[in-house]
Design a protein around this ligand. Structure first.
Ligand code: SF4
Length: 217
């Protein structure tokens, strides 16, 4: 059994309303030999003796918290692999390359990349290992981003532990699509989530119908 900590590197209020946290929690806990718990800025210091620490990199402003979190948790989790993922990881993991062991470059649904990485696989497509790949722009160009060709409902977190104190209250988080068909040159979202993909209307209806009941008190 592998014990993992999934960390949102800011307050619970924002983290519990972050769909990526629910996607990862749902994805990782579906493996019978993995136990994954969520943590936030308020409680991460309890984390001890984990096999992997996964931190979602949603905003560059969180980098100050992330460095503090990793420096503290390296002491209490000597065997853990520290993994970064999320939009900032896809866009540019280099500023944090001295702190993490690996970065997932892409979207984890429809792949076993997280499972393989946690179980010690190396040389995975879509993973940047700073120690192995180096820390300059040219080395980083060798990494290939991974992503599912279409967004399915299988990897969607229908059960979400949203909370009234969350940024969106006790709302069900629904992702309609990913990426954008417009091609504004300055836009990061267009690049890191290319090609744009949208969920089918019947899938959205199903998710709303099912998800609605999971958030009822
Ligand atoms: S800024 Fe980005 S997300 Fe907005 S319309 Fe342009 S490409 Fe799409």
């Amino acid at each position: 059994m592998k014990n993992l900590a999934l960390i949102y590197p800011n307050k619970f209020k924002g983290g519990i309303s972050c769909l990526a946290m629910h996607v990862l929690y749902h994805h990782l806990n579906k493996y019978k030999d993995i136990r994954c718990d969520m943590y936030f800025l308020e409680n991460y210091s309890q984390i001890k003796n984990k096999d992997a620490i996964i931190i979602t990199l949603q905003y560059e402003n969180d980098y100050f918290n992330i460095v503090k979190i990793i420096e503290k948790l390296r002491i209490n989790n000597p065997k853990a692999i520290f993994i970064g993922g999320g939009p900032c990881s896809i866009a540019n993991p280099l500023p944090l390359s001295n702190f993490f062991d690996a970065f997932v470059i892409g979207e984890i649904e429809d792949s076993s990349i997280m499972y393989d990485l946690i179980n010690g696989e190396r040389n995975l497509r879509g993973v940047y290992y700073p120690e192995y790949h180096g820390r300059n722009r040219e080395d980083f160009k060798k990494i290939k981003r991974i992503y599912p060709k279409k967004l399915s409902i299988e990897d969607y977190p229908i059960v979400q532990f949203t909370h009234p104190s969350g940024a969106y209250g006790k709302a069900f988080l629904l992702e309609i699509g990913r990426g954008c068909p417009r091609r504004c040159k300055f836009c990061m979202a267009k690049n890191i989530y290319y090609p744009p993909r949208f969920r089918k209307l019947e899938d959205l209806t199903y998710l709303v119908d099912e998800g609605y009941y999971t958030i009822l008190p």
